[in-house]
Each structure stands twice: as C-alpha cells, then as structure tokens.
Design a protein around this ligand. Structure first.
Ligand code: PPS
Ligand code: ADP
Length: 208
C-alpha cells in the first residue's frame, strides 16, 4: 500500500492569491465530493451521470470521476488486488479533493470496497464536504443486471477476485446517504439523483 508521507524532501507549499472561497463565489456553489460506492452493477455510473445532468440543468458545475473510465488512463497501471484498489481509491480521493478545491461538485463513482480506503478519502476533505452515497443493492439484483457479463465470467471462474463473488465488499457504517432497493425494486435513476440533490441543497452546497 502507498504511504501518505511524501518520498521527496525539500518541498514547499505555494499559496495562490485566488482561493477556494473566491472560486466558490464565482461559481455560486460550494466545492464538495459526492462519493458513490457499491457493488458492480449497483448503479454507480447511472447515478453519477444522472446527478451530473441534474446539476448541469440547474446551472451547477459538476464533474464525474468514474472508476471504470479512470482505469483507462490515470489508473491504467492498477489491477484489482487489495493494494491496487487502495492505490486506485487514494489517487481518485486526491483528484476529487482538487476538484472540490476548484469549487466543483465532484462525483466519484467507484466500487471502493474497503472502508479504510473510503475513510482515508473522507479525511482529505473538510468536515461535511465528503458525502458518501451507498448504493445498497443486493448481489442478486446486481448479478441479474450484469450489463457487462462480468458476474457470469466470475461465476465461471474466468475472472478471479471479483467483488461480491470471491472478493470482499465492506458496506459503509456511517454514510450520509443510503439508497436501497425495496422488495427487489430499485428507485429510478431520477429518484436516486433527486435524493442526492435534496441533500446537497439542504447542506447549502448549491448556494453561494
Ligand atoms: N475483479 C473485479 N472486481 C470488480 N470490478 C472489476 C473487476 N475486474 C474488472 N472490473 C471492472 O472494473 C470496474 C471497477 O473499477 P473500480 O475502479 O471502481 O474498482 S475499485 O474501486 O478499485 O474496487 C467495474 O465497473 P463497475 O461495474 O462500474 O463497478 C468492472 O467493470
Ligand atoms: N435505478 C436504476 N433502475 C433501473 N436500472 C438501473 C438503475 N441504475 C442502474 N440501472 C441499470 O443497471 C445496470 C448497471 O448500472 P451501472 O450504472 O452501470 O452500475 P455500476 O456503475 O455500479 O456498475 C445498467 O444496465 C443500468 O442501466
């Protein structure tokens, strides 16, 4: 696992005259991170994109960091063993922090299966500006969806270490928002995004 202590020495922090507060004023919103966690197929990307669209419609600036997408570039050197997943989450947490500092509503959607990795990301943000959203969908529902056929491959032993099958998923203990299926039925993407928007409104993130 990567250390959070810099390897380099003789490094200094430079402050710029235009700060987060100035950018937030310009954008008429407050920077924060909406961190969406859940099993593969639980609807993370769907929620991220629907929320991104809803914010855009309201004239609010958001940006989606999707785990699958980032593994094509920033994180293409990482696999799925626990250390790689930890490094994946650490990097995305740092990038999300920069987006929040830029004044954006940063929407990160990653399985992020380990509690300790998510908590480390939470600790990077100031109090209240890390909003953890748990898509609490059953394995049965996710597996029935299986849009990429990955559960099928995992069940057949063709993918090893697949989250929920032969790799762990640690559910959040203290998330800000939990979205659940009721009797096997999941809220619609619009309803899921609406729940997050309501939270952001109530906490004042969508105001100056
Ligand atoms: N072994 C294994 N376990 C879980 N997922 C796998 C695996 N191999 C490939 N994939 C694909 O990778 C996507 C998850 O990437 P993440 O960066 O979100 O994963 S993690 O947060 O580092 O656990 C995940 O995307 P989602 O289905 O959108 O969650 C899969 O498409
Ligand atoms: N709220 C929802 N209601 C119905 N289907 C959904 C919902 N959210 C996602 N889906 C569908 O479930 C599948 C998995 O969603 P996706 O967003 O790709 O999940 P993840 O990013 O967690 O892997 C997709 O086919 C998507 O269209």
């Amino acid at each position: 696992m990567s250390s959070t202590v810099p390897k380099s020495s003789n490094i200094f922090w430079h402050d710029c005259p235009v700060g987060k507060a100035d950018r937030q004023k310009l954008l008429k919103q407050k920077g924060c991170v909406v961190w969406i966690t859940g099993l593969s197929g639980s609807g993370k990307s769907t929620l991220a994109c629907t929320l991104g669209r809803e914010l855009h419609t309201r004239g609010k600036l958001g940006y989606v960091l999707d785990g699958d997408n980032l593994r094509h570039g920033l994180n293409k050197d990482l696999g799925f063993k626990a250390e790689d997943r930890a490094e994946n989450i650490r990097r995305v947490g740092e990038v999300a922090k920069l987006f929040a500092d830029a004044g954006l509503v940063c929407i990160a959607s990653l399985i992020s299966p380990y509690r300790t990795d998510r908590e480390a990301c939470r600790a990077l943000l100031s109090d209240g500006s890390f909003v953890e959203v748990f898509l609490n969908m059953s394995l049965e529902l996710c597996e029935a969806r299986d849009p990429k056929g990955l559960y099928k491959l995992a069940r057949a032993g063709k993918i090893k270490g697949f989250t929920g099958i032969d790799d762990p998923y640690e559910a959040p203990l203290n998330c800000e928002i939990e979205i659940k299926e009721v009797n096997g039925v999941c809220p619609s993407p619009c309803d899921m995004a609406g729940q997050v928007v309501t939270y952001l409104e109530e906490k004042g993130f969508l105001d100056e």
